[in-house]
Design a protein. Structure first.
Length: 160
């Protein structure tokens, strides 16, 4: 059974390894090896420890193994806009509803519940998944940006 819990500092190395494996396996069809390796270098254990201090960061486990991650945090310091970050599912677990569980967990978080708008910097690889989850192109821009990411957004139903 897959369980969600908040990230703790001791998770950082396992999370960095999960992200590296996922990028190298799943995202390689959409991104060059150089692009992926650059991302992996940026997202080491220290990166995730810092990210967890700035966001509500969750890990998803199968027994003791971390098989997924996701975070929600403020969009550039806003109190009404938030972003989803670092949503990854281990390649062995993809296609089994874990991504949906991650999104459901993030959308149940206090930050999401107070948000008027949510943004996701989406990889080319994950675009279709996020669209199925109700996220749409920000300002109708259906092109990748300079970081080779799509900017997607959602306006939660609970808006004022």
């Amino acid at each position: 059974m897959i369980k969600a819990r908040k990230f703790v500092a001791g998770d950082a190395t396992a999370v960095a390894q999960l992200v590296a494996t996922t990028l190298r396996t799943t995202n390689r069809k959409d991104y060059s090896a150089a692009y992926i390796e650059h991302d992996i270098q940026q997202m080491d254990a220290a990166f995730f420890k810092q990210k967890a201090q700035q966001t509500h960061f969750y890990v998803f486990t199968d027994a003791a193994r971390i098989i997924g991650t996701g975070a929600i945090g403020s969009y550039w310091g806003s109190q009404t806009e938030y972003s989803l970050f670092d949503i990854f599912v281990h390649p062995e677990y993809q296609g089994h509803g874990i991504g949906r569980q991650i999104i459901a967990t993030l959308e149940a978080d206090d930050y999401f519940q107070q948000a008027m708008r949510i943004e996701i910097p989406a990889s080319i690889t994950a675009l279709g998944f996020y669209q199925k989850m109700g996220y749409q192109f920000k300002a109708g821009m259906a092109e990748v940006d300079a970081e080779q990411l799509y900017r997607l957004e959602k306006y939660p139903d609970h808006r004022f």
